[in-house]
Write a new protein. Structure first.
Ligand code: SF4
Length: 315
């Protein structure tokens, strides 16, 4: 019989690792697919693919993803995570690859029989309830070709199951938020190293989400550089201006590299301490009171200079 080929979305989290394992155990030939954006990278997926011994392809969809994050059709989760839209975007790409329509490295001419994910029915209240799973399948145009091995027995049989390409009896019926069954399976498969769910996505981080929400508010056309700045330092806002104070030498270096035309950089001349970046998103000159505040913050976050009266600044 011709080899059955599946394209599996692998984030590197436990669920997607288990989904891959379950299909691999049915002797299905797996190619893992992962994505990188400004908010998550491919590192976890690379580790998992190595451990699972499956080939991994990575798509950098940063720009397109940011555009979606700014205005998700189906809204955000608990933080700034637009998980439904994010899944749809990934699965649309997966569909193009499955059909062999999109040039894809060495896989140019390869077609896959179906796409699989590690989604679990009811695990996440917003993006993995029955309605959301149906919606994701419909919007990604993968009707019938999207298999969720961990919850398959609770969902309608997919085309590869109906055709006998996948043995439905060997798929699972996991649902709900408890991770008990997944952890038992991880033990059974002797998996040791797996990250927490959604652990690699900054959009699920409350503190980062707060910063991002503010950035979208004051700079709707923000780009990569602005997002990268959100990952660094302590942040203070003054209307449309942001003050970012480096927390250590490494961050000071990164802040310096990220600075662009119009930004003001402040540091102390006679004491060691943070490098502070001031960025006005209205692209006008930074006002004097804001510069004074930035200097005070720079001094405050230097243990050596905090109570000194002779601090000199360069800007
Ligand atoms: S947690 Fe992040 S990467 Fe995962 S679906 Fe949600 S937005 Fe996308």
């Amino acid at each position: 019989m011709k080899k059955v080929k599946a394209l599996v979305l692998l984030s590197g989290g436990l669920d997607s690792i288990l989904a891959t394992k379950i299909l691999k155990n049915q002797r299905i030939r797996i190619t893992a697919l992962s994505f990188k954006s400004y908010f998550f990278n491919e590192k976890q997926a690379q580790r998992a693919a190595k451990e699972l011994r499956v080939p991994l392809r990575i798509i950098d969809f940063s720009k397109e993803h940011l555009k979606m994050v700014k205005k998700p059709k189906y809204g955000y989760g608990k933080n700034m995570n637009p998980c439904i839209d994010c899944h749809i975007l990934m699965l649309k790409k997966a569909k193009e690859i499955m059909e062999g329509k999109k040039p894809f490295g060495k896989l140019r001419a390869t077609k896959f029989h179906f796409v699989a994910t590690g989604e679990v029915l009811g695990e996440r209240p917003m993006s993995q309830n029955k309605k959301a799973l149906d919606l994701i399948e419909k919007e990604s145009s993968l009707r019938g070709y999207l298999l969720r091995p961990l919850s398959a027995k609770l969902l309608k049989p997919t085309i590869p199951e109906k055709l006998g390409l996948v043995d439905r009896n060997k798929l699972l019926d996991i649902s709900g938020r408890s991770r008990k069954k997944q952890l038992e399976l991880a033990k059974k498969f002797k998996l040791k190293d797996f990250p927490a769910p959604a652990g690699g996505c900054l959009l699920t981080d409350p503190e980062f989400s707060k910063r991002l929400r503010k950035l979208f508010e004051i700079s709707p056309d923000c780009r990569r550089n602005d997002i990268e700045l959100l990952k660094l330092g302590r942040h203070f806002s003054e209307n449309t201006t942001k003050i970012v104070v480096g927390r250590n030498e490494d961050e000071n270096g990164k802040i310096k590299k990220i600075a662009q035309k119009g930004d003001v950089l402040i540091e102390m001349e006679n004491y060691s301490g943070p490098l502070t970046l001031v960025r006005n998103y209205q692209k006008t000159k930074v006002s004097k009171p804001i510069l004074e505040r930035a200097k005070k913050l720079t001094q405050y976050y230097s243990t050596k200079a905090r109570n000194k009266k002779d601090v000199k600044f360069t800007q």
